[in-house]
Design a protein around this ligand. Structure first.
Ligand SMILES: C[S@@+](CC[C@H](N)C(=O)[O-])C[C@H]1O[C@@H](n2cnc3c(N)ncnc32)[C@H](O)[C@@H]1O
Length: 345
C-alpha cells in the first residue's frame, strides 16, 4: 500500500502540526500512564468494558500516539476505494466512533468531502478533535458537525451521507454491536468503509462485517476485486496491508522508540450500493517478491481466488510495472485520471 509519507504527505504533516500545536505544553511524562493503559487495553484483544478514551490525558495520548497511524491507515484504504469507484467520490461523510477525527481528516484529503459529521461517545475526544480540526487549514474539517453519540443506545440515528466510515471502532464493540454498526452504516450511506487493525483478530472482524454488507445487497468496492467468499478465510492467513508514517518527537518519546517512522498494519473493507465500480483485475496482497529479472506477485483476483503470478523481465512494461507496484495496490495498477486527488460530486 502506498506510504502516506509519499502521497498523503501534506495532510499527514498538517495533522502532525495540529497535534503538536494542540498538545503544546504537555510533557511526555504526563501522558505516559495513559499510553501504558491504552496499549495494555488494545493488546488484550478483549472488548473494553469502559471507554478507553476516558479522560483528557487519554485523549491527548491517543492523538499523539495512535491518531497519526489511524489516519494513515484510513487514508491508504480510502485511496484504494477511490480508485475502485467509477462514480464520483462522496461529498459528505459520517464518521462513526470518530474519536479525535482521524477518518474524517483522511476522507477530506482523499475525496475532498465537504460536509463532515463526526459521531463519538466521549466528549473529551470531541473537544480535542474540534481543536485539531480548527488547526487543520480545511474549511470542511473546521466547520464539521460533532455529535455525542453512543452506538448501543442510538438506534438508527445516524445522519445520511455519501459515505459512512468507521475506523478502529469494530474492536471496541461486541459481536452484536458490530452487526448493529454495519446495519446502521449501510442504512446511512451508499458507501461504507470499515478499517480495523491488521491482525488476525482485526481481519476476522472485517470479514464478518464484509459478509453482512454483502448480505445487505452491497457490492465490495475494495480491497477485494470480487464479492465471492474471501479466499484467505480459513487458509491460515489474513488479508492486511501496511502504511508507513512519520513519528513526531513526542510520538517517539511516548513509545520509547528511536525510528522516525513506523509501519501501521491494517485491514479494511469498503462496500457500495448503487454506485458504479471500477474494480481492478486483481489486488497485490503481499509484498512483491523481487529477484533478478523476475517479480512474484501474490494476487487476489476478480475470479475470487488467490494466486501467485510471476512476471519476468522478458515481459517488458509489465515487468517494470510489477517492480514498482506495492503491497495493497491494484494489479495492473490503477491511477487516478485526475492526478492524485479525487474530485467530488
Ligand atoms: C480506537 S478509537 C478510534 C477513533 C478514530 N475512529 C480513529 O480511527 O482514530 C475508537 C473510538 O470509538 C469510540 N467508541 C467505542 N465504542 C463506542 C460506541 N458504542 N458508540 C460510539 N463510539 C464508540 C471510542 O470512544 C473511541 O473514540
Amino acid at each position: 500500500m502506498a506510504h502516506v509519507t509519499e502521497t498523503g504527505l501534506d495532510a499527514s504533516r498538517r495533522l502532525r502540526r495540529a497535534i503538536e500545536s494542540v498538545l503544546a505544553g504537555r510533557s511526555a511524562a504526563s501522558l505516559l500512564p495513559s499510553v501504558a493503559r491504552m496499549t495494555e487495553e488494545y493488546r488484550s484483544g478483549g472488548v473494553p468494558s469502559a471507554p478507553v478514551l476516558a479522560g483528557r490525558n487519554d485523549v491527548a495520548a491517543y492523538a499523539a500516539c495512535r491518531m497519526p497511524a489511524t489516519f494513515a491507515a484510513t487514508w491508504s484504504a480510502l485511496r484504494q476505494v477511490r480508485l475502485s469507484l467509477a462514480s464520483p467520490g462522496p461529498s459528505s461523510v459520517v464518521d462513526l466512533g470518530a474519536g479525535t477525527g482521524a477518518a474524517s481528516w483522511a476522507a477530506v484529503d482523499v475525496f475532498g468531502s465537504r460536509v463532515v459529521t463526526l459521531l463519538e461517545q466521549q466528549e473529551v475526544a470531541i473537544d480535542l478533535g474540534r481543536s485539531l480540526a480548527a488547526e487543520s487549514g480545511s474549511d470542511a474539517l473546521a466547520s464539521a458537525t460533532w455529535r455525542t453519540w453512543r452506538l448501543a443506545s442510538s438506534g438508527a440515528a445516524i445522519p445520511a451521507a455519501g459515505m459512512a466510515v468507521a475506523s478502529y471502532l469494530l474492536g471496541e464493540l461486541d459481536p452484536h454491536g458490530r452487526a448493529d454498526l454495519v446495519a446502521c452504516a449501510a442504512r446511512a450511506a451508499p458507501l461504507v468503509v470499515l478499517v480495523d487493525a491488521g491482525t488476525p483478530a482485526g481481519f476476522s472482524r472485517i470479514l464478518a462485517a464484509r459478509a453482512l454488507l454483502v448480505e445487505l445487497g452491497m457490492a465490495v468496492v475494495a480491497p477485494c476485486p470480487h464479492d465471492a467468499p474471501c479466499p484467505l478465510d480459513g487458509a491460515g492467513d489474513w488479508c492486511h496491508f501496511s502504511t508507513r508514517l512519520e513519528r513526531s518527537s513526542l510520538h517517539r518519546r511516548l513509545k520509547g522508540a528511536e525510528l522516525a517512522y513506523e509501519d501501521e498494519k491494517f485491514s479494511f473493507v469498503a462496500a457500495a450500493r448503487g454506485l458504479d465500480l471500477d474494480r481492478p483485475a486483481a489486488r497485490v496482497v503481499r509484498h512483491p517478491w523481487i529477484r533478478k529479472g523476475m517479480v512474484t506477485l501474490s494476487l487476489c483476483a476478480a475470479g475470487g481466488d488467490v494466486r501467485d503470478e510471476v512476471v519476468s523481465k522478458r515481459q517488458g512494461a509489465q515487468y517494470r510495472g510489477a517492480r514498482d507496484v506495492s503491497w495493497g495496490a491494484s494489479w495492473p495498477e490503477q491511477r487516478a485520471a485526475d492526478g492524485d486527488r479525487a474530485t467530488t460530486a
